[in-house]
Design a protein around this ligand. Structure first.
Ligand SMILES: *Cc1c(COP(=O)(O)O)cnc(C)c1O
Length: 400
């Protein structure tokens, strides 16, 4: 066999000499200048850049208010807190997500309840949500898996009927569209992350958007100890008095980070376009590879494509081969594949609370097939072609 055809894991030449990561931030000179300007200014933490970043973010997603916090996880905690959920209550969420989507229930003393996903999109299935509702349900945390919006209209209706708050975890979905509108104001609260693998970055960071002014005010209070004024407001009014009215946290995002976020936000549209162009290239080629199922996007959605996740038809692989075999072979070809996600209800912390495999059979079965391929806006077409070549090579070797 020619050395180029032999799998790298069997001693062949890898498709790439250097590893292509699955995600990566992009920082340009404008970003650097924005950060240095703040370092030379009077305010490092809550200063003028926070409000400027919040206004620009709200406008980018079509929401009335945006509240910047120190991480996507803090944003979920804040949203769960203002939803009013507490001990004895339940928050319905999906198993096919990062742990933080469920952990926010535990932070406020509530229990997560896992509702199974739609097999086509891996988004939470409204029918399964309905089946899990009861008098204790206080919120629904619905995750736009890989960047494709959940069924917002259906879920809003379910939440309203149940007297629960719909929190959209859009950490994958900055710039995604549902029925022609960007996500950000289509749930009671929409949560974003600005971690470096997400669409724009502030190092660590998160944002909650909402059209509800009262919710926005409560979120602002929660991010700063539950105190009713901030230091800048006190300085402006010359007053020393403040009151802590509830137990909040220090979840503030710094002016340094907000300056970076504001500068990053200017790239959002071109980065979304680039992600979509790479996905078009992937879809066209990978849909032809035997044993590979490419992502499915519903007619009325536009994905923001945080992740590009293929499903390996594990039943059609040679005996003894599974997703892990394909995964390891792709890594050996220097393709930085990943798996999103180990179902949250499978983690030891949740197993100890009585959750585990079997709770959500569709999510369980999908997990055994998932492989995330590299996708980030500074990838070149040649990088994408390497990924396609590697998947084609590896599946040719392992497909029965
Ligand atoms: C990234 C992510 C989070 C957490 O965001 P951090 O900013 O890393 O705290 C939460 N939910 C989902 C679905 C995510 O992808």
């Amino acid at each position: 066999m020619a050395n180029a055809e032999r799998l790298a894991c069997d001693g062949g030449t890898p498709v790439r000499r250097l590893l292509l990561p699955y995600g990566r931030q992009a920082i340009d000179d404008g970003d650097l200048r924005a950060v240095v300007d703040v370092l030379n200014s009077d305010w490092l933490t809550t200063g003028p850049m926070v409000a400027r970043f919040e206004e620009a973010f709200a406008s980018a997603v079509g929401a009335a208010h945006a509240v910047a916090v120190s991480s996507g996880t803090a944003a979920l905690h804040a949203a769960a807190f203002v939803s009013g959920a507490g001990p004895g209550d339940e928050i319905i969420t999906t198993p096919m997500t990062f742990a933080a989507s469920a952990n926010c229930a535990r932070y406020v003393g509530a229990m997560p309840v896992f509702a199974d996903v739609d097999d086509r999109t891996l988004n939470i299935d409204p029918a399964h949500v309905r089946a899990r509702l009861n008098a204790r349900t206080k919120a629904i945390v619905a995750v736009d898996y890989s960047g494709q919006p959940v069924d917002l209209e259906e879920l809003s209706g379910i939440a309203a009927q149940a007297g629960a708050v719909l929190i959209e975890d859009a950490c994958h979905a900055l710039g995604a569209e549902y029925r022609g509108r960007r996500v950000g104001s289509l749930a009671a609260m929409t949560v974003f992350s600005t971690h470096p693998v997400k669409h724009i970055t502030t190092g660590e960071g998160g944002v909650i958007t909402t059209n509800d002014a009262a919710l926005a005010e409560r979120l602002r209070r929660f991010r700063s100890h539950g105190i009713t004024t901030d230091a800048r407001m006190r300085e402006a009014t010359g007053s020393w008095f403040y009151e802590m009215v509830e137990l909040g946290y220090n979840y503030r995002l710094t002016d340094i980070q907000c300056a970076l976020g504001l500068s990053q936000l200017a790239h959002l549209d071109s980065w979304l376009q680039r992600r979509r162009a790479i996905v078009d290239r992937y879809q066209a080629s990978l849909s032809q590879v035997p044993g590979v199922a490419v992502p499915y996007v519903l007619e009325d959605r536009r994905s923001a494509w945080h992740l590009y996740v293929i499903r390996v038809d594990t039943g059609a692989l040679r005996p003894g081969c599974d997703r892990g075999t394909v995964f390891r072979a792709l890594r050996a070809e220097n393709i930085g594949v990943n798996v999103h996600y180990v179902p949250v209800n499978w983690h030891p912390y949740y197993r100890a609370l009585g959750y585990g495999p079997g709770d959500c059979p569709i999510s369980d079965a999908a997990y055994a097939q998932l492989i995330t391929l590299p996708l980030f806006p500074t990838m070149t077409d040649a990088d994408a072609d390497d990924v396609i070549a590697a998947v084609t090579k590896v599946m040719k070797a392992y497909h029965a």
